[in-house]
Every structure is written in structure tokens, then in C-alpha cells.
Unconditional design. Structure first.
Length: 393
């Protein structure tokens, strides 16, 4: 009993000492904070200047037509709706020499779909698979609707195939096609929309898309062994026929399928010095929804500076660096392009803000982006630039 009382009596003064020490630590910390010096910057060495550049600062803006170069697209399109009619061509090559017609056990085409668009809520859409006879008459780097007509070719319908969204399609082909393409003419295959499938569009991955490119599997017997080989699509292209005229006064356009490229020349104020730092520069563009067709749910394009030698050039955009990628959502009505770095480089060059815009290969070829230009009848929808610069005092 006495031992327990002694422990309890000793604990009470220890608790009081700990509480007192805690208060002392707090007071010491407060005292230290009061002794930390504070420095107040009375005058900033720089100033910020906001410059709003309206449509009057845009010297020129225009859309030109260039080679569509659809052979480099990531997608193939099969469909027919109010905007476009499209079918796809594809070809395989590098066939094996040691495969005889009698030794082939099976020939299979594999296609990968990306998405479907339809006026209805169908889970799958049909298309026609045909083999094109005759001599080679198309190439992915040069063929388009203006110089190729499937109706003028000899083609034979193979099958009607149904495709779902994000689907893998397996199609059994006649074994004889393998040696026909290898030893005879190789004009490839055509994927066409059904006449009854108006209002639909099927998007498939092309030969540019990596693991989801079209494939041709052949299984055969060689010296008693059963072997298989896969051929990857060597050429493919979509033949697009646009049904609408997207050109209109007061409008700028961007489109891979139509080969639309846009140029904008913006005059920067003389008051800007080459030593100024660009804190912010944004180009605001308003979308004309009545002309815009956005199939993929997004639309992406590049913006870059060009010198006078490449202004309004319809050739390849080679040697361009620091291109800015901008994405546009399907429900967006306004586009904001970040031009901070581009404008900084232009100021250092003491040049005008000379811009080119072109569509990225990830944007569907069937999509068209329409933008109000600087001469639009709707003044509030014309392009504008918000520029903030930082200058040393």
C-alpha cells in the first residue's frame, strides 16, 4: 500500500513539470517568430501590360486546298450519310513463294473497328466486302475520289459483313485469292457501304495504326508441316465523296479529307520590344456549328509559325518546329490556342505573327472544322488575341 501511494504522489509533480515545459516551448517559438525580419518589396522591377488585339490586327486569314494525303490516315471509313459517302481500299503484298494453291488450308482477313455512327441505336452495321479484279489502278499516295471510280473497275462481291464498335472481325476468304494476288494482278479489296445503310459510318483502323492494322492470315502445308503466316496491310485508303460545300464567305476551314489548311497573319504593335517577355498569348476562335462536322467527338490541329517563304504554301510543311497541338471537343463553341511560346519567338525575330494551321492525323478524315474569320458578318464572332507582356522598368 505505501509503495503505491508513493508512486501516485510522485506522478503528480511530474505532470505539472511537463505542462510548465510545454508552455515555455510555445512562448519561445512565438518569440522566435517575432524576431524573423520581414522584407517588403516597395517597387517591382517589372510591369505587366495587357494588349487586346481585335480582328483589325489580323492582316490576312484564308483557307487553301492542299493534297489531302489520306494514305497517312490512322482510320478507314465506310459509310453514307448526309455529309459524305465513303468506301475503303486495302491491299496486301510480299506473298510467300513456297505456298502452292493446293497446300493452302485457310485464308483469313482480320479487321479492327474503332467506332460506329448511325441515326439509329444499332449495335452493329453492315458493309460489303469485294475483291477488285484487273490491273493495279490505285495507290494510297495518289488515289482520291477525283481520279478513281470503283464503278469503272471490275469487282466481285464476296460477302456482307457486320461490324460493331471496338470490334475484331474475322472473315474467311477463298484460298485461291492468295495465289491470284501473288501470281496475277493485285488490286486488293474494297469495303463498301450497303445501299440500305444510309445514315451510318463505320471507322476502322488503317495500316498506320500499329497492332490494329488489317491482317491477312494464311495457313498452309509445307513438307508435311502445318505452317501459318501473317501479312500486314501494305496499302490502304478511304475514297471520300463530300456531299456538302463547306466553303463560305466569312469562314475558315480545317479538314484532312478535303485538304483544308488555314493561314492567319496577325500584326503585332510597334510598342512591343524584343526584350519583352510574353506572359500570355491566346488566340480565340469561334466555331461555326452549322458547317462543322465532328465524327470522332474530338478534333485536333496544329498551329505553328512560318516565315514569308512558306506563307500560303500548299506543299509539305517541312522544317517546322514548336507546333502547338489544340484539341476541340464536340460540344465546344470556342477554341483557345495557346500562342505564348510562338509569340515569344516571333517578338525576338521582330516579325509578324504568321501562323499556319493543319489537321493532325488522329482526327478523322471525314471531319470538318469551320471557324468564323476576321471579316465575318458577325462581329462578335471574329478572331481575337489576348496578349500580356512583362517588361523591365
Amino acid at each position: 500500500m505505501n509503495g503505491k501511494k508513493w508512486q501516485m504522489n510522485l506522478q503528480q509533480p511530474l505532470n505539472k513539470i511537463l505542462i510548465w515545459l510545454s508552455f515555455m516551448v510555445i512562448f519561445i517559438l512565438i518569440g522566435c517568430e517575432e524576431k524573423v525580419p520581414e522584407y517588403v518589396l516597395e517597387d517591382s522591377p517589372v510591369e505587366f501590360m495587357k494588349i487586346d488585339l481585335g480582328p483589325e490586327s489580323i492582316i490576312e486569314d484564308t483557307t487553301i486546298e492542299v493534297d489531302a494525303s489520306l494514305g497517312g490516315s490512322y482510320y478507314l471509313f465506310i459509310g453514307d450519310d448526309e455529309n459524305i459517302n465513303s468506301y475503303a481500299l486495302l491491299r496486301f503484298s510480299d506473298f510467300l513463294d513456297d505456298v502452292d494453291a493446293d497446300s493452302i488450308l485457310g485464308l483469313k482477313l482480320v479487321l479492327y473497328t474503332s467506332s460506329l455512327w448511325a441515326d439509329t441505336t444499332q449495335d452493329s452495321l453492315p458493309f460489303i466486302l469485294s475483291v477488285i479484279k484487273g490491273e493495279e489502278s490505285w495507290g494510297e499516295d495518289s488515289t482520291c475520289y477525283d481520279n478513281f471510280s470503283l464503278e469503272e473497275s471490275d469487282y466481285e462481291r464476296i460477302d456482307t459483313v457486320f461490324a460493331g464498335s471496338s470490334d475484331t472481325i474475322y472473315i474467311e476468304l477463298e484460298d485461291s485469292l492468295y495465289t491470284y494476288w501473288r501470281d496475277g494482278s493485285n488490286n486488293g479489296l474494297a469495303l463498301l457501304p450497303l445501299d440500305s445503310s444510309e445514315g451510318t459510318m463505320i471507322t476502322m483502323y488503317s495500316s498506320e495504326s500499329g497492332n490494329t492494322k488489317p491482317k491477312l492470315f494464311v495457313e498452309y502445308i509445307n513438307d508435311g508441316d502445318t505452317l501459318s503466316h501473317v501479312h500486314y496491310c501494305s496499302e490502304d485508303i478511304s475514297i471520300l465523296k463530300f456531299k456538302r460545300d463547306f466553303k463560305r464567305r466569312g469562314i475558315l476551314n480545317l479538314s484532312r479529307g478535303l485538304g483544308y489548311r488555314t493561314y492567319i497573319l496577325i500584326d503585332l504593335p510597334d510598342s512591343i520590344k524584343d526584350s519583352d517577355i510574353v506572359a500570355k498569348c491566346e488566340l480565340k476562335l469561334n466555331i461555326d456549328s452549322s458547317k462543322t462536322v465532328n465524327y470522332g467527338g474530338y478534333f485536333s490541329f496544329y498551329t505553328a509559325y512560318v516565315d514569308t517563304g512558306m506563307w500560303l504554301d500548299s506543299g509539305e510543311l517541312s522544317g517546322i518546329s514548336n507546333a502547338k497541338l489544340t484539341s476541340v471537343g464536340k460540344s465546344d463553341s470556342v477554341i483557345v490556342v495557346d500562342l505564348k511560346q510562338i509569340t515569344q519567338n516571333v517578338i525576338e525575330k521582330k516579325d509578324s505573327l504568321r501562323l499556319v494551321m493543319w489537321v493532325s492525323p488522329y482526327t478523322p478524315d471525314v471531319s470538318v472544322l469551320s471557324i468564323f474569320n476576321a471579316k465575318s458578318e458577325f462581329a462578335q464572332l471574329r478572331p481575337s488575341v489576348e496578349l500580356i507582356i512583362m517588361r523591365e522598368k
